[in-house]
Design a binder for this molecule. Sequence first.
Ligand code: PLP
Ligand code: SF4
Length: 448
Amino acid sequence: MSLSKQVLLKDPTNTLHRQFKNDEFWQKIPAWSSVTRAEFGDHKWQIKNTLVKIDQIQKVLGPRLSDSFYRDMLGGQKITPMNIRITPYVFALINWDNPIDDPLRKQFLPIASQSLPDHPFHMEDSLSEDVDSPVPTLTHRYPDKVLFLPTTICPVYCNYCTRSRIIGGSTESVEKDTYGANQTKWDAVFDYIKKNPTIEDVVISGGDAYMLTAKQLTYIAESLLAIPHVRRMRFATKGIAIFPQKILTDDEWVNAVIAMVKKARAMGKQAVIHTHFSSPIEITEWSRLAMERLYFEGVLVRNQAVLQAGVNDSVEEMVLLTRQLSFMNIQPYYIYMHDMVPGCEHLRTTLRTGVSLEKAVRGTTAGFNTPTFVCDLPGGGGKRHVASYEYYDEENGISVWTAPNVKPGKVFTYFDPIHCLNKDAQARWGEEKTRQEMVQSAKKRSGH
Ligand SMILES: *Cc1c(COP(=O)(O)O)cnc(C)c1O
Ligand code: SF4
């Protein structure tokens, strides 16, 4: 960010959130220097030119990619649990003059030099989604709502994905049992929901709803709407953030979304979209136009993002993100503490960072547009407000939590990244026995 922008952002009355990037930014990518606005705005062009290999990145950037950064990306591929997949739109928004510090590059293109060893208590299925799963592709943790994962593919792959164990294809470091959209598996899910009348709310995630065809989306929506006790559905997609062109030009898909929303409304039910903008850098005039289309059609969109070091962990950027989303009629819903999954220790922040940002953001805009900062507890305790821990040993980075409505009687722990602790605490974490003692001691002091 430029210095003048940083100074402006500190003024609480600034109106930067009303400005939307609208230049031909993609033409700075050597291979796309003559791509027109109409071509770049076509969802088919975006899909055709989506990048899935380092070699392709090297080709489109040509002389703008240094040898050392190229090697750093190759090194990143040996460690990351996620495949590469980046839409040209996101790729062109990366500042290729300084890719090391770029928030978008950090999310989609890991480099070896920034990688850190995983936390000793990290887990592949950190949220215990597979444990709380009564039928394949469904997680039932809360009394009245379920999480349905109909597909494991996405229009982009985020290297910090909480479901890196199943999303995208296998990588150099992880073998995955991925599955495509499979209607027979879905029917078992609908059956389960039918038989459990307490379920009112279905989250359709993945994977990403952008990758469902219009037909599949309609099939899922109609199957769920036909169940009398289902009142609310949310389709999760990062698409609006990283590929707004689809909303503007893929009429068949958008019309399926609009039809589903209208049908739900006519039945007195709710169908909405949850999207995933992480930082203001991802917002452009394309985002504004995509949201304008959805808003005029009565499609409600909410946002959930993950708090990440060097991506959105400053007060100024978090406030700008919140205001800019609100301006586009996207309701900021959640900011998550980073899950303790493999390959993203460098992106995690301390719990204190989450609590401080929550304090700083609250009061800057309408309460209904103020995101709730939550920690989704490792081990399946569900989402808790960041400041509602039972005990926080900040020096050793250990917080203790309970989840009375989800897992009564059970005690949960979340851990700050070790590299953020002082040297003495880091040394304590180096010893297996001391580690266990510190956790036991924190639990004891919490009174649980
Ligand atoms: C997040 C989540 C939900 C939805 O929770 P909300 O707090 O209503 O957004 C439902 N089921 C599972 C398993 C989840 O992880
Ligand atoms: S879009 Fe969502 S599900 Fe897909 S890789 Fe990113 S975080 Fe994971």
